[in-house]
Design a protein around this ligand. Structure first.
Ligand code: ATP
Ligand code: MG
Length: 634
């Protein structure tokens, strides 16, 4: 799509963008000093680059003041948060003023419960306003929030509670997922009972999301509402050094045991504000909807911090994409006149399956920017989202980043960077990707390699909680002199980046290096295939051979194997012809919806044990199902 076919007026022109890139490259310290002025500092930082003490040393600030207080004068009556409940007719809005008041009350409750600056507070809630309020309340008193995804098992929760040393947990009596009730409190109780000796949790505060009663343990558990009602609406904010941890958050666990990534205050907030404005073309009056749960980094940076720092309006939806019927998400966009819609390829794949008519029944003309994150998006899904949801009128930002980067790193900028379907396109101004060969030497021009980053950026994580050495080893020592992302990428003749998947997932067939995403992208063009995953297994002659897992759609034809093999050889090349194709009911996925290829590799090799940490899987049972189903040739 050319830029001129987009009727919207975007903030930046290609020339403006070029200036930013130049300034960030030529005079980075000056550039980041200027960007740091996006925030209100109690003490202005002395330096605007990365030091031993992180970014912006000497700076002192408070995150909740930056998200709320400083907007009160100019936009106190503007909506900060619009919450659409599961029921169509239930909407709760918070202006900047009312949100500020709620956050102050919650912060006072935390203090009354003995939470001190630097303590960890776990937040285990469904998509209700209290999640965001609790995050900002922690920030207000300098406590470190640890958001736990609502779908975690008791084991997964207990692991994260013990690793983080959380002293207090905020949970709900129940969550709602369509017609189902999710027993948040009971799940948390089970987690707390698993290994109490390893936990520091003293108090549990319970939000009543539904009318259901739950058991409260005397001396430990309290209902939150009466405490909030009794608390003062004034709460002085705690000044924090720029390098103080704002939160810790565990990665999705696609590659193994999740890591407790620690983000600081000053650098992270600059990055959240900078990238939210740039990538989503933030403008006055925007309604920003990020569908990610606050349990993931996307829900932190773009579901909470970025939009509030920039004085925007957040839409938060409690429910599911297709409840009570298909097209619910589209109704939400229509009803709330959402301008900016940020979601994941995995959600788009599911919505595509509902058919185009469902989308067409809705008026989505308020949309201006569409975004995706989390996985490579196939050209098929990109085009469907762009044409059917965006009506071909919207900017499309395929954003590449990770928990560790704090915010978006490689992405189109609306109006300024020409899109190519399924490419994350160019690094943001101030981000310097490099592609390395296996020995760590940089490769120039149009090429493919290991994606690393040169230099630092304000959003970079400080460390891994309890394991600074692991942070150094994983990200800084794998390719000395660079930050190692774990991903592979291709760079084309225009300098555009195409993420090919995780480096561990690259398959080397007779010297041809093939990214899992390339094969899966080819398979996505075959309509009868709902999802696929490609992995490599040892092969005597070729080094590695390709094994493909396919999840068929309903009524898929009998010869699906043949069609799939043809799609791969015609779109990728004959060298990529798979050794085996397994048709399976589902793939092992993380709770954030990503395929876990390390497990598929083991299963394809005939292994039946030693699968490691399965706590991050949405459905751990699938592993046994696949082992039973798959015949591995001897
Ligand atoms: P873990 O680090 O625990 O194995 P994870 O890497 O899935 O889990 P996240 O930090 O949530 O945890 O995900 C970041 C990763 O997601 C990136 O490193 C990349 O592999 C993938 N990713 C994110 N955005 C994109 C994108 N736009 N295109 C391709 N891949 C993406
Ligand atoms: Mg990762």
């Amino acid at each position: 799509m050319s830029l001129s076919s987009q009727p919207h007026t975007f903030r930046l022109t290609p020339a403006d963008y070029g200036h930013l890139v130049e300034q960030a490259t030529v005079a980075p310290e000056h550039y980041w000093e200027r960007e740091s002025r996006r925030l209100n500092w109690s003490t202005t930082p002395g330096q605007a680059h990365c030091t031993e003490r992180g970014w912006f040393p000497g700076g002192v600030l408070n995150a909740s003041v930056n998200c709320l207080d400083r907007h009160l004068e100019t936009r106190g009556d503007q909506n900060a948060l619009v919450w659409q409940a599961e029921e169509t007719d239930r909407v709760v809005t918070f202006t900047y003023r009312t949100l500020h008041e709620r956050v102050c009350r919650m912060a006072n409750v935390l203090r009354e419960q003995g939470v001190q600056t630097g303590d960890r507070v776990a937040i285990h809630l469904p998509s209700v306003p209290e999640g965001l309020i609790a995050m900002l309340a922690c920030a207000r008193i300098g406590a470190i929030h640890v958001v736990l995804f609502g779908g975690f098992s008791p084991e997964a929760i207990a692991d994260r509670l013990s690793d983080s040393g959380a002293v207090l947990v905020i949970t709900a009596n129940m969550g709602r997922r369509g017609p189902k009730r999710i027993p948040f409190k009971t799940t948390l109780d089970a987690a707390l009972d698993l290994r109490p000796e390893a936990l520091a949790v003293r108090h549990v505060l319970v939000v009543s999301v539904t009318q259901d009663d739950v058991d409260l343990t005397a001396g430990r558990d309290l209902w939150l509402t009466p405490l909030l009602d009794a608390a003062s609406a004034d709460c002085a904010a705690q000044d924090m050094p720029a390098s103080a941890p704002l939160f810790l958050l565990y990665t999705s666990g696609s590659t193994g045991k999740p890591k407790g990534i620690v983000h600081g205050t000053g650098g992270y907030l600059v990055w959240a504000s900078y990238t939210h404005e740039l990538v989503f073309d933030h403008q006055e009056g925007d309604i920003f909807w990020c569908t990610a749960d606050i349990g993931w980094i996307t829900g932190h940076t773009y579901g909470v911090y970025g939009p509030l720092l920039n004085g925007g309006t957040i839409l938060l939806f409690e429910g599911m994409p297709s409840y009570p019927g298909p097209g619910r998400w589209w109704s939400v966009i229509q009803d709330h006149k959402v301008t900016t819609f940020y979601t994941s390829p995995t959600a788009i794949r599911a919505l595509m399956r509902e058919g185009d008519e469902v989308v067409q029944r809705h008026d989505l003309s308020s949309l201006r920017v569409l975004g995706t994150v989390g996985e490579p998006i196939s050209q098929e899904a990109w085009s469907w989202f762009n044409d059917h949801v965006g009506g071909g009128r919207c900017a499309f930002v395929d954003t590449w980043w990770q928990t560790e980067s704090g915010g978006i790193m490689i992405s189109p900028v609306p109006g300024a960077v020409r899109e190519k379907p399924a490419s994350a396109t160019l690094p943001l101004p101030g981000v310097h990707p490099v592609l390395l060969d296996e020995r760590g030497a940089p490769k120039e021009g149009a090429t493919e390699g290991v994606l690393c980053l040169r230099g630092s950026w304000p959003g970079r994580a400080l460390t891994i909680w309890n394991d600074a050495a692991l942070f150094e080893r994983t990200y800084l020592q794998s390719y000395p002199g660079y930050y190692f992302t774990g991903d592979g990428a291709r760079r084309d003749e225009d300098g555009y980046y195409w993420i090919t998947g995780r480096v561990d997932d690259v398959i080397n067939v007779s010297g041809h290096r093939i990214g899992s995403a390339e094969i899966e992208d080819a398979l996505a063009t075959e309509l009868a295939i709902a999802e696929s995953a490609a992995i490599g297994v040892p092969h005597d002659l070729k080094g590695q051979g390709i094994v493909v897992y396919l999840v068929p759609r309903d009524n898929a034809p009998e010869d699906l194997h043949i069609r799939a093999a043809k799609a791969i050889t015609s779109k990728v090349g004959r060298y990529a012809a798979p050794e085996r194709i397994h048709v399976v009911p589902d793939l092992p996925k993380t709770r954030s919806g990503k395929s876990v290829r390390r497990l598929l590799r083991k299963i394809a090799c005939g292994e039946t044990e030693g699968f490691g940490d399965l706590s991050t899987l949405a459905d751990p049972e699938i592993v046994a199902t696949l082992i039973a189903l798959i015949q591995v040739p001897k």
